[in-house]
Design a protein. Structure first.
Length: 222
């Protein structure tokens, strides 16, 4: 189970984020998002506005981003909703960080399929590189969190690091990804199994193989 976030003291965060406002670029994005919904459905902007705000905080802090309380208050004002309605959204979805995180937020899936396929080895690999569950490394590079199912059960075990998923992991593959990120490199996202690109069977597709190279018409074969 994911650990409950420790929300920072509000007085400390208000001094840093009390005057938060959209950048010019994000203000334009916010207007585009708002245009998708009727005026009487402004609460529909809650998730995309919170995501946009978190990304702006991340850009300003060179991290994945998080949502200080004053930033959530800003989003509530932008939407014209009571603060508690937006806070409810921010606390419900684990995609939103309520405490500072590192440059790379490593979210290890610990749900049953990943556990059966070796998520303990993935967690051990993270620990071997100085990551500790619920904490951020001293250099601010990595935050490690254990989360519930991330929807890649067919290529378990997996982690989500910021916006990328890394699948078919083991101890060594996880270490290689973390080391590459620490060096400023961008490792290949998706399956880490050689030759496997999505969730096709090991060794290649076994069904509808004629579709691999062309739009094959099977109707005459039924």
């Amino acid at each position: 189970m994911a650990d409950a976030p420790q929300i920072p003291d509000e007085a400390e965060t208000r001094a840093r984020w009390g005057n938060f406002a959209w950048t010019a670029e994000n203000a334009e994005k916010a207007r585009e998002i708002a245009s998708r919904y009727p005026e009487n459905r402004r609460l529909s902007c809650s998730i995309p506005f919170l995501d946009l705000a978190q990304r702006q905080v991340g850009a300003e802090t060179n991290t994945q981003g998080w949502l200080p309380i004053p930033v959530i208050e800003f989003v509530a004002r932008e939407i014209g909703a009571p603060y508690i309605r937006i806070f409810e959204v921010a606390t419900f979805y684990t995609m939103f960080n309520l405490a500072p995180v590192g440059r790379y937020h490593v979210q290890v899936c610990g749900t049953t399929p990943c556990m059966l396929r070796g998520s303990d080895d993935v967690m051990a690999a993270c620990k071997s590189r100085g990551l500790h569950k619920g904490g951020t490394t001293a250099d601010g590079m990595f935050t490690l969190t254990e989360v519930e199912c991330l929807g890649n059960c067919a290529s378990a075990p997996m982690v989500q690091i910021n916006d990328d998923n890394y699948e078919d992991l083991d101890f060594d593959r996880t270490v290689a990804i973390l080391d590459a990120l620490a060096k400023g490199e961008k490792p290949k996202a998706g399956s880490q199994e050689p030759g496997r690109h999505t969730v096709e069977a090991y060794g290649g597709p076994t069904n509808l193989t004629a579709m691999v190279s062309e739009n094959h018409d099977f109707r005459g074969e039924w």
